[in-house]
Design a protein around this ligand. Structure first.
Ligand code: RIB
Length: 305
């Protein structure tokens, strides 16, 4: 089956605790809640895009343990195609240990598990699908050599590349020049440019650096403060939506899913950013990664369409 959007990346099970504050070194504190959610930046982006109406397949590696079902069921329920998912024997499914505080902010430790086995050979099996796809979405929770190889493969096959550089690592020009839209958050933009990114002006400077470093377009996400986008030497900013943040986990993944669907539908980068900005805002109003992804009609209602 042809797919418009292929997401190559991580599938995790998220183990989430809610706390008033994070414990100091050597300290024990009480949390208020423990939950298990389907997660992983790749799978979250796939679910986000599918719930918004995208024709999406997830590609990557899952373990052969009991946790794989948590993620596979969630992908299937959202309508994400699972035909490119490989089960890896004797390896655990990727996992993430997440702390969410009373403000909704999160901190995350990821254990790669099966995601770490995602290889260049896996990318080669994707080529026939990439030739028919419009967009390949990537993140940094699979080996970077696989990410780099996938960028090259997508270019050879004529697919647009959206790269969410999370968790951040240094990106060579060769890789960046194959990226059509790079979507760092403030922390990642700071890592990639060596600048402090704290507001629209500093995000604009970071975006300019990343364009100069080879990316064709850059969107720097500023959380509640919105975003800065840059393409062809032109810059714009979009303010954040005022919402009650319950859990910011996967807000960036929601944004990426929205951006991919809108670009796939032929919207301009600015229009796609406006749509994705609303998707991300709605996602922070709910708990969990994949359960927080909004449906298309909710986003349209939120935007007053
Ligand atoms: O972006 C949020 C995601 O990061 C979580 O779902 C977790 O699995 C980690 O991959």
């Amino acid at each position: 089956m042809n797919r418009d959007i292929i997401v190559l990346g991580s599938m995790n099970v998220d183990f989430v605790v809610r706390v008033k504050r994070r414990p100091a070194v050597g300290e024990t504190i009480h949390g208020s809640e423990f939950s298990i959610f389907p997660g992983g930046k790749g799978a979250n982006q796939a679910v986000a895009a599918a719930k918004l109406g995208g024709n999406v397949a997830m590609a990557g590696r899952i373990g052969d343990d009991v946790f794989s079902k948590v993620v596979l069921d969630s992908l299937a329920a959202a309508g994400v195609g699972g035909e490119l998912i490989v089960t890896t024997p004797n390896v655990p499914t990727g996992s993430a240990f997440i702390t969410v505080d009373d403000t909704g902010d999160n901190s995350i430790i990821v254990i790669a598990g099966a995601n770490g086995y995602c290889s260049k050979n896996d990318v080669d099996t994707l080529r026939p699908y990439l030739e028919k796809a419009k967009i390949l979405m990537l993140q940094h929770e699979i080996p970077m050599e696989t990410v780099e190889y996938a960028v090259q493969a997508a270019k050879q096959c004529g697919a647009m590349v959206l790269l969410d550089p999370a968790p951040p690592v240094s990106l060579p020009r060769e890789l960046l020049s194959g990226v059509d839209v790079l979507t760092p958050n403030a922390h990642e933009a700071a890592f990639l440019t060596g600048r402090q990114v704290v507001d629209v002006e500093s995000a604009r400077l970071a975006a300019a650096d990343l364009l100069a470093a080879g990316a064709k377009a850059v969107v720097v996400k500023l959380g509640a403060d919105g975003l800065v986008y840059a393409q062809d030497g032109k810059f714009g900013s979009i303010p954040g939506h005022r919402v009650q943040a319950v859990d910011t986990t996967a807000a960036g993944d929601a944004f990426a899913g929205g951006l991919a669907v809108a670009l796939c539908e032929g919207k301009s980068l600015e229009e796609a950013c406006r749509f994705a900005n609303a998707v991300g805002a709605l996602a922070v109003t709910r708990k969990g990664a994949q359960p927080s992804m909004p449906e298309r009609r909710e986003v349209e209602g939120f935007l007053g369409n």
